[in-house]
Design a protein around this ligand. Structure first.
Ligand code: HT7
Ligand code: ZN
Length: 855
């Protein structure tokens, strides 16, 4: 398969200002007639190339005349036509079989619905078209279908006409007045019920809102609707951006490769990010619904009105939109907790990517399969880049930069460079060196050493930075790194100011006057830059910050570092000062000024995977043992506190208020430590919480805690959960996921069993992720020294690839981290990668990931 390079970008030879589509919809056989008005772009005699993937043209017409077979040909699936004039009408007819489309790209069937997914290159599976994001067209869509099976017909834009046809069929026409790239095209046909509402925009226009689901799911759509209305109001208030069509529809589907899709005026969602009620959704699920609804809505400006010129610019829309949805969610809840959660996600998903064989810049230079580039680097690191720009500019100038960006590029397909330039022009800043963040992969490391001179009273902070080599980028230049820093007075627990230091050189020194005594360094406050900071701060300094830092992220970070130091010591076989961790946790638990949601974050031990990332060579068994032992010690030493918190935070009735969510989070943490203490009644208390809970947050947490151990309650709870939710796919996913995540010596064998369970299927991506995705994130179980975990995941990839290559390819990265493990595990992982590579007919999705992973 060919490698596509950013440097090869050329403006399109032909433009398509208008397209009319006619769909005769049917799950078994759909016909698509497309009429494209095409215009030559510049002076050239190159042919018109219409991408196609698996399509056979049944008819090709130019300006109404049916072409002879000799007048067109297919080249790598694309239809090639030589056209004499500068403007023509090109018409094609193709047939599709949606119910046989297991890749879930293009037009496919899901749970009785017909729906589409076109980003990144799915439109070419529907009709012949120049499938690239810089071709913007006005769409008119005519759909007809059997009315009994498909009473609802939706597409982008506004509905313009509908009527009855012959043989029980009906039809509808939708027009979208905004020119858009084909990746934003969508239609849905099916038997759907609607949660209908309205929103009046800031200029007084009324927008009809609809969330379309199966009738039985209607009661589970209220949270999504509220999130949508909140998002619309927030984008007006914070960015001055208003919705621009008369209708905004969302449809939930059960089979979906991703979280959701921002199609213009017709968002299509994985039902997981729409449906929520207290009985089946955890607080994390509720937050996920709110965040993803907001994300897709915000794309209407950052992605749709201003789209991407080519797929190398993907972070232009994704990084910016993640930044927007993160800030929205922070405004809806707690800024402190949201920032901690976002950094935890970045460190769990993006840092490992940036240090492994699949590392790539936020603006990549090449790809084989673009679907493989919907990564944590493009999304989450991309969001951190925008956050750094916003921090350096301050709120007013950042808003001026955004206004300029939207106004300057409205209706255009833009680049990351366009965004940076708008920030420079609108915000009045020079981002020359900052551009390296888009070009260089790898997480920068900053070493911070502080020296105090009692004679002069000055403090000198010496910062050095380095960016590790990554595939194709052996040498790196110093980056522009904004670091928020404060120096704390040990005696008073306060600091003098909070400075934004701009680290731009490989080594730089900053001096601070007027310190009679050596202060304590608080650095990278609020995680101002996505870097790894190494410092020589003592455990005592970290304990001090964990009790006094007024920046919640820095306070959390000090606690984490304190725990990491103890755990790394334990893993290395040294006697470690557990007491420092126990004391810090006790102090945090008993500080009544702190938000319980923050406390729950702060007292949580770093994950096994995060501990692995701190080590040169990962020893999963030693990490598990050390973490388990510390957890037990914390549980046992603070047992009365855990019991008290667990009893005290029992709620009387369910609420989604931040206070109620925070209480549940802390109560679950208390349960977890109480069970870890080894207290004889631990499993019974967990089982009681499992049985009595009136919400899934507490029920699933109790189940997860029980699943880690060996008890009669474990078996009973898993059985009860299964029997209660077996008919509800989204909730049954939790049953698979909880077992895959379990810290249990039998997990690897259980995965094999669950892979053969009658409710397991490879055709539903949520189910695959719930079992194999979760399992490969369970470091101790996945890296079982037998190598069985690797074999199970490789078997799944091989079985899934012919069905759904995108989802299969997403399971490859954990196998690619072999260089970080000892020779035995590394050999076993490589052997599985080679076994996959040997399979004839591998998709380019999996091929690209496996080849890179073996390098
Ligand atoms: N922009 C959307 C990306 C997406 C996608 C990508 C590849 C394959 C299937 C997909 N479904 C949706 C989602 C988003 O970031 O908003
Ligand atoms: Zn997005």
């Amino acid at each position: 398969p060919a490698v596509i390079r950013r440097s090869d970008y050329r403006a399109p030879d032909w433009l398509v200002p208008d397209i009319a589509l006619r769909f005769e919809l049917d799950a078994a056989l759909t016909t698509v007639r497309a009429t494209l008005s095409v215009t030559r772009n510049g002076q050239h005699d190159r042919p018109l190339r219409l991408d196609g993937d698996g399509l056979v043209p049944l008819e090709v017409r130019v300006d109404g005349r049916v072409l002879d077979q000799a007048e067109w040909h297919l080249e790598a699936g694309a239809l090639i036509l030589t056209l004499p004039n500068d403007a023509h009408q090109v018409e094609t007819l193709v047939e599709l079989a949606p119910e046989r489309n297991s890749k879930l790209m293009g037009l496919y069937a899901s749970g009785g619905l017909l729906c589409t997914q076109c980003e990144a290159e799915g439109f070419r599976r529907i009709t012949f078209f120049p499938d690239r994001p810089d071709i913007l067209s006005r769409y008119s869509v005519h759909m007809s279908a059997a009315k009994a099976r498909f009473p609802i017909l939706l597409a982008n834009g506004d509905p313009v006409e509908q009527g009855e046809g012959d043989n029980g069929r009906h039809w509808a026409v939708w027009n979208d007045p905004y020119p858009k790239p084909c990746y934003l095209f969508a239609l849905v046909a099916g038997d759907l019920a609607c949660n209908a509402d309205r929103f009046v925009t800031m200029s007084g226009r009324e927008v009809q809102l609809g969330i379309w689901v199966k009738e039985a799911d209607l009661p589970r759509t209220a949270h999504a609707m509220q999130a949508l209305k909140n998002s619309m109001a927030w984008d007006e208030r914070v960015y001055g951006r208003e919705y621009d069509l008369d209708v905004f529809n969302i449809v939930a589907v059960a089979d979906f490769n991703f979280g959701a899709m921002e199609n213009k005026g017709l968002n299509i969602f994985n039902s997981r990010y729409i449906l929520a009620d207290p009985d089946t959704a955890t607080d994390i699920d509720y937050d996920g619904v709110e965040g993803v609804v907001a994300h897709e809505y915000f794309h209407n400006w950052s992605g749709n009105r201003v789209t991407c010129r080519d797929w190398f610019q993907l972070s232009l829309k994704e990084g910016f939109t993640v930044f927007r949805d993160q800030n929205f969610s922070a405004d809806m809840g707690s800024h402190a907790v949201k920032r901690i959660e976002d950094v935890r996600i970045l460190r769990a998903g993006q840092f490992p990517e940036d240090s492994g064989p699949l590392a790539h810049p936020v603006r990549p230079e090449s790809y084989m399969e673009i679907s493989n580039f919907y990564t944590a680097t493009i999304y989450n690191k991309g969001a951190e880049l925008i956050r750094m720009i916003a921090l350096m500019l301050g709120p007013e100038r950042f808003r001026a930069g955004c206004d300029l960006y939207f106004d300057r590029h409205d209706g255009q397909a833009a680049t990351c460079e366009d965004f940076v330039r708008a920030m420079e022009d609108g915000g009045g800043i020079d981002l020359g060196q900052f551009r390296l963040w888009y070009e260089q992969a790898g997480t920068p490391r900053v070493r911070a050493l502080m020296a105090h001179d009692p004679a002069s009273g000055t403090v000198e902070l010496a910062l050095t930075q380095s960016v590790p080599p990554t595939p194709g980028q052996p040498e790196k230049q110093p980056m522009a790194i904004p670091l928020r820093v404060a120096l704390f007075d040990r005696a008073t627990g306060t600091h003098h100011g909070d400075e934004l230091l701009k680290l731009t050189q490989a080594e730089q020194r900053f001096t601070f006057p007027d310190f009679a005594a050596a202060p304590v360094l608080s650095i990278n406050r609020d995680f101002s830059a996505p870097v790894i900071v190494d410092s020589d701060r003592s455990q005592a300094d970290l304990a001090f910050l964990s009790a006094h830092d007024d920046d919640p992220f820095a306070r959390y970070e000090a606690m984490q570092q304190l725990m990491v130091n103890v755990l790394v010591g334990r893993i290395g076989g040294q006697s470690a000062d557990d007491a420092a961790v126990v004391d810090a946790i006790r102090h945090t638990l008993t500080d009544s000024t702190l938000d319980p949601a923050f406390v729950a974050e702060a007292i949580r031990l770093p994950s096994e995977a995060y501990l692995g990332d701190q080590m040169h060579m990962v020893d999963p068994d030693a990490i598990h043992a050390a973490r388990d032992a510390l957890q037990h010690r914390i549980g046992a030493e603070l047992e009365p506190l855990w019991r008290d918190i667990h009893a005290r935070l029992r709620a009387n009735g369910f609420s989604l208020s931040p206070a109620a969510k925070g209480a549940r989070k802390l109560r679950n943490a208390a349960l977890h430590y109480l069970v870890a203490s080894g207290a004889a009644d631990g499993p019974a208390i967990a089982f009681d919480q499992f049985s009595q809970a009136d919400n899934m947050t507490e029920r699933q947490a109790a189940l997860g805690t029980l699943a880690n151990g060996e008890s009669a309650e474990r078996i009973a709870a898993l059985d009860i959960f299964y029997n209660r939710y077996r008919a509800d796919p989204l909730t049954l996913d939790k049953w698979f996921q909880t077992q895959a995540f379990a810290f249990h010596p039998g997990t690897v064998d259980l995965i094999e069993e669950l892979g053969r369970h009658k409710d397991f299927t490879l055709t539903n991506p949520n189910r695959v992720r719930a079992l194999y995705g979760a399992f490969s994130g369970n470091q101790w179980a996945f890296h079982h020294r037998s190598g069985k975990g690797y074999r199970l995941v490789a078997d799944c990839i091989l079985a899934l690839d012919p069905i759904n290559p995108q989802t299969a390819a997403r399971l490859v990265p954990p196998l690619g981290r072999w260089k970080r493990f000892g020779p035995e595990r590394a050999g076993l992982m490589q052997a599985e990668l080679r076994r996959i590579l040997d399979r004839p007919g591998l998709s380019k999705d999996v091929l690209e990931q496996v080849r890179k992973s073996l390098d």
